[in-house]
Design a protein around this ligand. Structure first.
Ligand code: PLP
Length: 395
C-alpha cells in the first residue's frame, strides 16, 4: 500500500521534531543542565475538583440500568448545547442551541469542516497561526492555503484584506490568536464580515482562547451583526477548563450559512457527524456541563487567570530585557522579537544561554520568521525560575 504523499508536506511535525532533536542534543552535551520548557501549548494545572467529581458520578450513573446511555445524540446533549448558548453566547441572541454542535475538540472540527466544501474551494489562513489550519488544508484539500499575514517582523500588525482573495474562499481566523496573542477589534471584524459578504467567503473563526480576553473584548464573531450569514465559529474547553486531554469543543453553524446553491451548510454538518463521528462522549459532555455551572465556571476562570498571571510575569521580564513583545495580555502566549533576525537563532540563544525552550516562530508560517513564541502555561515555580533566567539574558 502506498503512503498518501500529502503527509510529506506537513509542517507541524517537522517543527516539533526539530525542537525535540535540538533540545535532546543540548541535554546530551550538557548533562547537568536544568532545561525549562516555555514551548508548551498545553495546560498544566490539575482538573477542577467539581468537574473531576462529576466525571466519577457519571461513571456510577452509567453503571446502573436506568442511567446507562448508548449512542447520541450526535449533535451533543441538549443540556450542554443550552448551557453553551446561555453561558457563552449571552451577547449573541442570534445563536440558538440548534446551531451548536458538540465535538471532541476544536482541532477535530477544523478538519471536519473541510469536508463540507467542494474540492476546488480556495482556502486562506491568517498567518502566523495555529498550524492545524494549514496542515488540514494540505491533507484534506491537497492545497497550500493562501497566507494572510497579520503580523510580521518588518511590518508589525497588518490588517487582513479579504477583498483581495478569490471569490468564495474559506478563511481561517483566530482571536485571541495562537501564537501572536493578539485579538481582532470590533471594527476589524466588521470589515472582515463586510468583505466576506461581498466576496461570498465563509469565515471559520476560532475562539479557543476566548476566556483569556479582557472584559469588553469581542469573544464571539456573532457579536457583530451579519456574522451569522458568513461565519462558522469553533470553540474549545481545552484552554478554558483544562480539557486538552478530556477532549471537548463545539462548532456553531448558524442556519443562515448557505452554499452557493442555497442549500444549508448546517444540515450537511449534521449528516457529516452522523457519518464520521457519532458525537462526543457522554461523560465528557457531563464534565463540560459542570465546567459551565456556577462553581465550575468560577474555578476554571481562576485557572485562566493563573495562566494569565504566569504570562504577565514572563512578559515583564522580557520587556525589561528589551524584547519587543506582542500578545500575552489576552492570551497565554507571548510573541516576541529579539536582536536575532532568525527564529532558530533566537531559539538557540534561549536554549544555550538560558536553558529555556521556546517555539521558533517560523513554525507558524513564513510571517513568523524572526519571532519566538513563549508560553505562559506551566507551574508557578517553573515560571518564576524562567523569568529569573530571562533577566540574565541579553535580548
Ligand atoms: N485552536 C487553537 C487556536 C489552538 O491553539 C488549539 C490548541 O492548541 C486548538 C484549537 C485545539 O483545541 P482542542 O484541544 O479543542 O482540539
Amino acid at each position: 500500500m502506498k503512503r498518501n504523499p500529502l503527509f510529506a508536506g506537513l509542517s507541524e511535525k517537522y517543527l516539533f521534531h526539530e525542537v525535540k532533536t535540538r533540545v535532546e542534543a543540548f541535554k546530551k552535551s550538557h548533562p547537568n543542565a536544568h532545561v525549562i520548557s516555555l514551548g508548551i501549548g498545553d495546560t498544566t494545572e490539575p482538573l477542577v475538583e467539581t468537574i473531576a467529581r462529576e466525571i466519577k458520578n457519571t461513571g456510577h450513573e452509567l453503571e446502573t440500568v436506568q442511567g446507562y446511555r448508548g449512542y447520541g445524540p450526535e449533535q451533543g446533549i441538549l443540556e450542554l448545547r443550552k448551557a453553551i448558548q446561555e453561558t457563552l453566547y449571552t451577547k449573541t441572541p442570534s445563536v440558538s442551541e440548534q446551531d451548536i454542535f458538540i465535538s471532541d475538540g476544536a482541532k477535530c472540527d477544523i478538519s471536519r469542516l473541510h469536508l463540507l466544501f467542494g474540492e476546488d474551494t480556495n482556502v486562506a489562513v491568517q498567518e502566523p497561526s495555529y498550524p492545524a489550519y494549514k496542515d488540514s488544508s494540505l491533507l484534506l484539500r491537497k492545497k497550500n492555503p493562501i497566507p494572510l499575514p497579520c503580523l510580521t517582523r518588518n511590518q508589525g500588525i497588518i490588517s487582513l484584506d479579504l477583498e483581495a482573495l478569490p471569490d468564495e474562499t474559506l478563511v481561517f481566523l483566530c482571536s485571541p490568536n495562537n501564537p501572536t496573542g493578539t485579538l481582532f477589534t470590533r471594527s476589524e471584524i466588521e470589515k472582515l464580515i463586510q468583505a466576506a459578504k461581498k466576496k461570498k467567503h465563509i469565515l471559520i473563526f476560532d475562539v479557543a482562547y476566548r476566556d483569556y480576553a479582557e472584559d469588553g473584548a469581542i469573544t464571539s464573531i456573532y457579536e457583530i451583526p451579519g456574522a451569522d450569514e458568513v461565519a462558522i465559529e469553533i470553540g474549545s474547553f481545552s484552554k478554558s477548563a483544562g480539557f486538552s486531554g478530556i477532549r471537548l469543543g463545539w462548532t456553531v453553524i448558524p442556519e443562515k450559512i448557505q452554499y452557493s446553491d442555497g442549500k444549508s451548510v448546517r444540515n450537511d454538518f449534521m449528516r457529516l457527524i452522523t457519518t464520521t463521528f457519532n458525537g462526543a462522549s457522554y461523560i465528557t459532555q457531563k464534565a463540560g456541563l459542570t465546567a459551565l455551572g456556577h462553581e465550575g465556571r468560577l474555578k476554571t476562570l481562576e485557572q485562566v487567570h493563573f495562566y494569565k498571571e504566569n504570562t504577565r510575569i514572563l512578559r515583564d521580564a522580557l520587556v525589561q530585557k528589551g524584547a519587543n513583545v506582542f500578545g500575552g495580555k489576552e492570551a497565554p502566549y507571548l510573541w516576541i522579537t529579539t536582536r536575532f533576525e532568525k527564529s532558530w537563532d533566537a531559539f538557540e540563544y534561549f536554549l544555550h544561554t538560558g536553558q529555556l525552550v521556546t517555539t521558533p516562530g517560523i513554525g507558524f508560517g513564513a510571517s513568523g520568521e524572526g519571532f519566538v513564541r513563549i508560553s505562559g502555561f506551566g507551574r508557578r515555580e517553573v515560571i518564576l525560575e524562567a523569568s529569573q533566567r530571562i533577566l540574565q539574558l541579553d535580548l
